[in-house]
Design a protein around this ligand. Structure first.
Ligand SMILES: C[S@@+](CC[C@H](N)C(=O)[O-])C[C@H]1O[C@@H](n2cnc3c(N)ncnc32)[C@H](O)[C@@H]1O
Length: 466
């Protein structure tokens, strides 16, 4: 049997990382079922530049995603990726507009990001024929995408608020930037009838954009024409939004951990092609490479928890793993995304903003990977977040399919430590950690003691296998 025949004869099984049961899986690819009647309509849409990663698979009556990573939450998408996606979304809307079609959904959820981390449009069910009542959702786009990007751009320090998966939206922008207008319009809408107040609150939402464009009367005229003339094409306003987003400078973010790799030339590390190991000369990095090399080039998934800007995640990617890097430092994850973009998305590495302490059981399923690494991380969970070794072991066991690589750092407390642990009856001892790991993993081995790059503090490297 040839490989293609073999592939065809295999049945689709539920996609293991999808707790919402939308996706199926075969040969490490994800499939999304589509209604047969929609196939022909989808064919032209899918051939566009905005969704090249979605392939129509007639054999499976599905859309096929070859490097699908996992269903992603809006709060996990790094800010620059959000901005890039908003541009992709608008280009898609522009293309549809010319074909008499439009989009009903304007949320970031219509964004598809696979292991290559480049954002694409995926919400095909929201494409409908244009009519007087169904037009490009200009106001909703401002509310759902533009306002947040505008907030990040003007008030980079606010990213701290989004750190724990918190939401920033137009209400925040209005409260900060247009206090008086916000108060006046809300008060007015309370005094008026419901339909009228609804109209006004919709106006409140476009207000930041109108305000921003106040120096450009032509833009204002275009927006008013679109809002008040139902037959007006959306091309003008979409182009305005596009111009606005494309002209934004890079976000200037810094977080508590963003400087962590200041002694490493990350630029050179990411741009290196064939001789990547040259940037991993330290003994710690070499030891980690050695463990990961055992399963190199098998397209195994790897999750790097507390990844910072992805120095170790990149080892996995270079060795042929499909990597998800997660950290709650938004700026670190954003820098990682920008590097991947600069490298033309050639790595299989997906950066996500995730707070480990907020993981739900659905999240554990979405992120579960063959290999999980937690380097320079567990002492923070123990000291700062108040985890016991049992909790650490249980959570990483839920995340790991095969191997868990971690460290124990003696003589430390962790940045921002609250040292409340003695209350929980848990001791910060290597034996306590390894004993807890043994309850969930078949073998637990301390493979050596190493120091981190630009640090003299030793740490013990632990490899736990299922
Ligand atoms: C000491 S650095 C280690 C970075 C990298 N793993 C390494 O070993 O080079 C710790 C990282 O963990 C992240 N971190 C700490 N607590 C976290 C949490 N609850 N959720 C996600 N990331 C967290 C920090 O933002 C920081 O980037």
């Amino acid at each position: 049997m040839t490989e293609t025949e073999n592939c065809r004869s295999m049945a689709l099984t539920p996609f293991a990382r999808d707790p919402y049961h939308n996706f199926f899986e075969k040969n490490k690819m994800a499939f999304l079922k589509v209604d047969e009647k929609k196939f022909d309509d989808l064919e032209s849409v899918l051939s566009s530049k905005q969704c090249p990663k979605a392939i129509l698979d007639r054999d499976e009556m599905s859309i096929r995603y070859e490097k699908f990573a996992t269903p992603i939450k809006t709060t996990e998408i790094p800010p620059t990726l959000k901005k890039d996606y908003a541009i992709t979304y608008l280009k898609m809307a522009l293309r549809l507009e010319k074909e008499g079609l439009t989009l009903t959904n304007s949320e970031f959820l219509s964004c598809h990001v696979d292991f290559n981390s480049e954002p694409f449009f995926k919400d095909f069910s929201s494409i409908v024929k244009k009519s007087n009542n169904t037009r490009f959702p200009f106001i909703d786009f401002i509310n759902n995408q533009y306002a947040l990007i505008s907030l990040y751009n003007k008030y980079p320090r606010l990213i701290g608020l989004a750190r724990d998966g918190g939401k920033l939206d137009i209400e925040d922008l209005m409260a900060i930037e247009h206090k008086f207008a916000n108060f006046f319009l809300s008060a007015l809408s309370n005094l008026l009838s419901k339909p009228l107040s609804k109209k006004i609150s919709r106006f409140v939402k476009v207000y930041p954009f109108l305000y921003k464009n106040k120096l450009n009367p032509l833009a204002l005229v275009e927006i008013f024409k679109f809002l008040f003339d139902k037959n007006r094409s959306a091309e003008g306003v979409i182009n305005l939004l596009l111009k606005e987003l494309q002209s934004l400078p890079n976000f200037c973010f810094e977080g508590k951990w963003t400087d962590y790799y200041s002694s490493i030339d990350l630029e050179a590390t990411f741009s290196e092609k064939s001789n990547w190991k040259i940037n991993y000369q330290g003994n710690r990095a070499k030891a980690i490479i050695k463990v990961l090399e055992e399963d190199a080039d098998k397209k195994y998934t790897l999750l790097d928890t507390g990844s910072n800007q992805g120095y170790f995640s990149l080892i996995g990617s270079n060795l042929g793993y499909r990597v998800t890097a997660m950290d709650y430092d938004v700026a670190s994850i954003d820098h990682l995304y920008r590097r991947l973009k600069k490298e033309a998305y050639r790595y299989e590495l997906l950066p996500l903003v995730v707070n480990f302490s907020n993981l739900t059981s659905n999240d554990l399923q979405r992120l579960r990977s063959d290999y999980v690494i937690a380097l320079g991380f567990t002492h923070h969970l123990w000291y700062v977040e108040g985890y016991t070794w049992e909790q650490i072991s249980n959570t990483f066991s839920s995340l790991s399919e095969k191997v868990f690589i971690t460290e124990f750092k003696p003589n430390t407390k962790g940045r921002g430590s609250k040292t409340i642990k003695s209350l929980a009856g848990s001791r910060y001892e290597l034996d306590d950690f390894t004993e807890a790991l043994k309850k969930n993993f078949k073998t637990v081995e301390v493979v050596g003691e190493y120091t981190a790059e630009a640090s003299t503090a030793g740490r013990l490297l632990i490899v736990a296998r299922k």
